[in-house]
Design a binder for this molecule. Structure first.
Ligand SMILES: [Zn+2]
Length: 494
């Protein structure tokens, strides 16, 4: 039995100005051949689970590519075709099944449905090929994905700490199918709901109840997998938004019933999927009045983990103006500033034009650096290994990094985009976040993986950036209409 195992993953923010070329995949992690197994085999990534379940059945494993890039703008045609070609060639060489780790919100320069296009091409090569697919909770599910997969599943956690388990589940389903032990059939659907990422945390409602329903459904013996996707509203493509898929053992009617039930429950909760904004100064005022610590402050509109530039200074400037004291910040993307700080050396006083290096044409906004003085507190190579639950075991490369200390505020400055979802973002540069009053993170929900336990209070700060939750700033062109909450009086029923 020969099994192709591959990862091709990107959450595309079509409003992001950051180019997603092959170099960007290499920056976060792009491996080919046996390097996939040595780099990821002992992590908690889906490909590791796939390799383990396939090995347990004595399968011959082929790993043509495992590539992921930090979320950013559309994937270049060249990068997309490079990955697709590697996977297609491995399948064309002959195999009995494919186990794929995809995201489900990949937009490339020449296709709005990156995953559906890949899967359709694989089925063109091998029409009956059993294919397992894991998707992110932020997957925008499409008909092409379902039509060309054997079984598809999504993460049930946000922050995503169950990547390994869901891949183990769907990998087992498809390996069983290959050995004639089951016959997976799927029903899927979506609702006209562009749900917002900030409202999709699985420790909060409504996702907590939706995931609980999925787990209830999965307890039925005929049901193999049940998933509700929050979707990714910042990928402007026709199927963006909330969806569901249920996999049963050869019972299409049952899959349909459960899928419709999940969709109804999602639609009923639609108002809870819309973020309620509040003025920045008001939120900072509340944080300042709070006596507990540490307090987490979320600069969620500039979250590079959803495609932001990570160099918007609006919130940091407001926190400095409000004279909050004992603040640590992770992180500002500014390779130029790191170079300046490296040249000055640890202990030197520097004046920087920090951040604001990237324009955001889709928001009609130009980059605004912040003039700031401080001392260079630390310099590192930006490399560390994740010890927390999300991406456990993976080596992070933030690029050359530095800490700027203004007296009241210590800012981690990085050369590669990196969302702070693990304490390592601070500890690798000598900061113990739990010993500071305010921990300001350019993150939305993933920070919870590493920081939820230490947070006494959390405040969302509404700044600027291409991960804004303010829909009035985003000009949609491709998403199906009408859709809630962009349009009024949207109806949906089953
Ligand atoms: Zn996600």
């Amino acid at each position: 039995m020969r099994v192709v195992i591959a990862m091709m993953k990107h959450e595309t923010n079509t409003f992001s100005p950051i180019v997603t070329d092959w170099a960007r995949f290499e920056q976060w992690g792009a491996f080919q051949g046996e390097a996939v197994q040595s780099a990821l085999g002992r992590t908690r990534m889906p490909v590791a689970a796939y390799m383990n379940v396939a090995q347990a059945r004595n399968a011959e494993i082929v790993t043509p590519v495992a590539a992921e890039a930090m979320p950013s703008g559309p994937v270049t045609e060249a990068a997309y075709e490079h990955m697709v070609e590697l996977i297609c060639n491995a399948v064309a060489d002959g195999c009995d099944g494919a186990l794929l780790d995809l995201h489900g919100a990949m937009v490339a320069e020449h296709t709005l449905d990156g995953e559906g296009t890949l899967l359709a091409r694989l089925r063109d090569i091998a029409p009956d090929l059993p294919i397992a697919v894991t998707c992110d909770l932020h997957c925008n599910l499409t008909a092409a994905m379902i039509d060309n997969a054997t079984a598809l599943i999504g993460y049930k956690t946000y922050p995503h700490i169950d990547m390994y388990e869901v891949a183990e589940q769907v990998g087992t389903i498809v390996l069983d199918a290959m050995q004639g032990r089951c016959a997976p059939t799927m029903a899927w659907g979506n609702v006209p709901l562009l749900s917002q990422t900030l409202c999709q945390g699985t420790d909060d409602e409504p996702m907590q109840s939706l995931v609980a329903t999925c787990r209830d459904v999965e307890r039925e013996p005929t049901v193999l997998a049940a998933t509700v996707f929050g979707g990714f509203a910042l990928a402007d493509m026709p199927d963006a938004g909330a969806s569901a898929v249920v996999v049963t053992n050869d019972d299409e009617a049952l899959a349909r019933v459960h899928c419709d039930r999940l969709l109804q429950q999602t639609w009923q909760a639609r108002e809870q999927f819309v973020y309620q904004a509040q003025p920045l100064a008001e939120a900072i005022g509340k944080a300042r009045a709070c006596n507990e610590s540490p307090i987490i402050l979320l600069d969620h509109a500039d979250n590079c983990g959803s495609g932001a530039t990570q160099d918007v200074m609006t919130v940091i400037a407001a926190v400095i103006d409000a004279q909050l004291d004992d603040v640590v910040v992770a992180a500002v993307w500014d390779p130029e500033a790191v170079t300046t700080m490296q040249a000055a050396g640890v202990g030197a006083d520097v004046t920087l034009s920090l951040g604001g290096k990237t324009d955001m044409p889709m928001l009609n906004a130009s980059g605004q650096p912040l003039r700031i003085e401080g001392k260079v507190k630390a310099l590192t190579d930006g490399r560390w290994i994740v010890r927390g639950p999300m991406y456990h075991g993976v080596e992070v490369d933030m690029g050359r990094s530095a800490v700027l200390d203004t007296g009241r505020v210590s800012i981690v400055v990085v050369s590669h985009h990196h969302e702070p979802w693990d304490r390592g973002v601070f500890t690798s540069v000598g900061i113990e976040p739990e010993h500071h009053r305010y921990v300001l993170l350019k993150s939305r929900i993933h920070y919870r993986a590493g920081f939820a336990k230490l947070a006494r209070r959390t405040f969302t700060l509404d700044g600027d950036g291409v991960t804004t939750s303010d829909n009035s700033r985003l000009h949609y062109r491709h998403v199906r209409r009408p859709i809630y909450p962009l349009d009024d009086a949207v109806d949906w029923s089953r």
